[in-house]
Design a protein around this ligand. Structure first.
Ligand SMILES: [Ca+2]
Ligand SMILES: [Ca+2]
Length: 394
């Protein structure tokens, strides 16, 4: 194993197949995937599903620009590079040491906006601190492959939650890049602490907006309050497992409520979304949390779910394979083991659930391929990578 890692890091220039193959108009040239193993779905499902890889607690999937290949992270700290056109998979070396347990471990993966020329990818993970304290962190490094394996080299931490907390939950740590490629947004969960989400002197329970090197972006709403307040874009959040720009450039988040009150929010700078003062759910012990009301002074959810769907992540669909869904959100749901389709309206800050589609297992992540098909990651210790295309006509 070590030899593979050395080989992959010693000769990055000759093995950087990813960035070399990428072309500006290359997505239309991405070859079709090989056939997977058919997966049975409920009668009437709009999807045909095929399984490709076995995954152990798959957490995130990202599509490589230009090639259509995938990087998939697993919560325990491993990552895979999958080439759909050949069905081959390679281990990725150079992963960080992660604090695995509870909701913590290896997290999100994203290709840099300038990946075609830089080869840079971003990773997030839970990192051990003093005692049993942990924090979510983000880093970036250079991705390259040879015939046997792939590696992330020069992985450098660029951001962290402040402070570290003795909790195994609510790391969140999802990435979104601004449409112009100039800023990195990270969702930073409340670490199951509640009150810090209302306190702008820390970066827990927040959406942060950074430069691509992890430094605070200019123009953030609390820039005059010092660090880490100068990272904050919005606050009053709980556990944000979705963070995505819609095709019109509006940012939305998807977060877990407590018992009830999962929500999608239209994210605006300086806005306060109310957690833990307001929630359309209640505490796990049954005690009340006042619901949002018109006069509460907080930004209301665009849509909420009681009972919860326990979401894993979402995308905004842009492709042609499911043309009626263009511009709508597709949520991979853990709790209800389905894909939830939601129509968002940026003008009013509201959203409507359109449909739910059943799947056999908990769904952790969803991504759109260049051809408009969908890649879905199952969450369980015996999960799979699924490809979804339209169901055959009856
Ligand atoms: Ca409530
Ligand atoms: Ca994702």
């Amino acid at each position: 194993m070590r030899n593979l890692f050395l080989a992959a890091t010693l000769f990055p220039a000759t093995i950087a197949l990813a960035s070399c193959d990428a072309t500006a108009a290359g997505d239309s040239a991405v070859p079709d995937p090989v056939a997977g193993t058919p997966v049975e779905l409920d009668a009437g499902s709009p999807f045909t599903a095929q399984a490709y890889l076995d995954l152990k607690e798959g957490w995130a999937v990202a599509v490589e620009p230009g090639t259509g290949n995938l990087i998939i992270t697993e919560k325990g700290g491993t990552a895979k590079y999958f080439q759909p056109a050949t069905g081959t998979v390679r281990e990725i070396f150079g992963m960080p040491d992660v604090a695995y347990g509870g909701q913590g471990g290896l997290g999100d993966v994203a290709f840099a906006p300038d990946y075609a020329t830089s080869g840079i990818i971003y990773l997030s993970w839970a990192k051990a601190d003093e005692g049993s304290a942990r924090r979510a962190v983000a880093g970036r490094g250079t991705f390259s492959c040879n015939e046997e394996a792939c590696a992330v080299s020069d992985l450098t931490q660029i951001w962290q939650q402040e402070p570290a907390i003795e909790s195994f939950g609510h790391f969140s740590h999802k990435f979104a890049f601004a449409p112009d490629g100039q800023h990195l947004f990270i969702s930073s969960g409340d670490r199951m602490q509640g009150d810090p989400a209302q306190d702008t002197s820390n970066n827990l329970g927040k959406v942060v907006r950074l430069n691509l090197d992890g430094s605070p972006a200019a123009g953030n709403p609390f820039a005059d309050q010092g660090s880490p307040s100068d990272q904050i874009w919005s606050y009053g959040h709980r556990n944000l497992l979705g963070l995505q720009f819609d095709p019109d450039g509006q940012l939305w988040d998807l977060e877990h409520g407590p018992r009830g009150g999962d929500e999608i929010n239209k994210i605006e700078p300086g806005a306060n979304y109310g957690w833990p003062v307001r929630s359309n759910g209640i505490n796990y012990d049954g005690s009340d949390i006042p619901d949002h009301s018109e006069d509460d002074g907080f930004t209301k959810p665009a849509i909420f779910w009681t009972p919860v769907i326990a979401p894993g992540d979402m995308i905004f669909y842009r492709g042609d394979m499911f043309p009626d869904w263009k511009g709508q959100a597709l949520i991979a749901a853990l709790g209800t083991t389905n894909i939830v389709r939601v129509d968002t309206d940026a003008a009013t800050g509201t959203a409507t659930e359109e449909a739910r589609y059943a799947f056999p297992q908990r769904l952790r992540d969803i991504a759109e391929a260049a051809d408009g098909s969908l890649w879905v990651v199952e969450d369980t210790p015996n999960g799979r990578l699924l490809r979804l295309t339209p169901a055959a006509a009856e």
